[in-house]
Design a protein around this ligand. Structure first.
Ligand code: V0D
Length: 241
């Protein structure tokens, strides 16, 4: 399947909702946190594959602004995963020339998490390869609200005319100002929702849903999603040429 995919058009930016980790564990009679650990293995495999086929940007939904509603022990456990992941993978990622980026609000994250992530951002900032973008304490609506506030402040200070506000200007105030909109969203685990992920950016994104849970999602499943994407005709609201 790898060869076939490489013959087609490779999406520039693929977004992934890493869902189904807790359910994967519960089905095996394991604690939910075992699922989160297993999900980290999938993350490694999919980043390797994305790099191999020449995708430029991968955005992974790691923690949403709604995930704070989970039991506090689970939240605490999750907040140690960036450190654990980076301790295991950062050297390999640096060798692969990967750039680590994040989107989301750092303000309410534990200091230890911010420290580990900031260090990784700094150590990979001069790299030029695959961008691995983690959505951490991210919510699509919160992102748009924050952008609107920034724009409103500029108007209030007379730095901006309300007539100059358009989609391009709004987009320039989002976390994703430096990266193109995703071409493809992959959501495993059987949920058929966007769940407040990249709301603005997904206006024309192709969607791929699968019942496979994230820890069971393999390279072949990823390639299948890309292959399906390659068969689609994207019109962006226009008509067939
Ligand atoms: C749990 C499966 C890597 C999905 C993967 C705090 C759910 C493992 C990161 C990570 C999580 C985040 C930022 C960063 C580097 C790594 C991560 C969370 C959960 C939520 F800069 N895996 N991972 N973050 N899981």
């Amino acid at each position: 399947m790898l060869k076939l995919v490489q013959e087609g058009e490779i999406p520039v930016h693929v977004a992934v909702i890493m869902d189904g980790n807790g359910r994967w564990a519960e089905r095996r009679g394991l604690p939910r946190i075992a699922g989160h650990k297993a999900g980290m293995e999938t993350l490694r495999e999919i980043i390797g594959c994305a790099d191999e086929i020449g995708i430029k940007i991968m955005t992974f939904f790691a923690f949403s602004t709604e995930n704070w509603k989970r039991p506090s022990w689970e939240v605490s456990f999750l907040m140690h995963l960036p450190e654990e992941y980076l301790q295991k993978e950062l050297t390999t990622l640096i060798k692969k020339n990967v750039v680590i980026k994040t989107i989301g609000d750092f303000a309410n994250l534990p200091k230890h998490t911010v420290r580990a992530v900031s260090n990784a951002l700094k150590l990979t900032s001069n790299n030029t390869g695959l961008i691995v973008n983690f959505a951490l304490n991210y919510g699509g609506r919160a992102e748009i609200v924050e952008a609107a506030r920034h724009v409103a402040r500029k108007v209030a200070r007379d730095e901006l005319s309300p007539d100059a506000i358009n989609a391009e200007l709004l987009a320039a105030h989002l976390y994703t100002r430096d990266i193109p909109d995703p071409d493809l969203l992959i959501r495993p685990s059987g949920e058929l929702r966007i769940s407040n992920f990249l709301l603005w950016q997904m206006a024309y994104t192709e969607l791929w849903f699968t019942k496979i849970l994230w820890p069971d999602f393999k390279k072949e499943d990823f390639l299948r999603a890309i292959l399906n994407f390659q068969k689609r005709e994207r019109r962006f609201g226009g008509i067939k040429k």
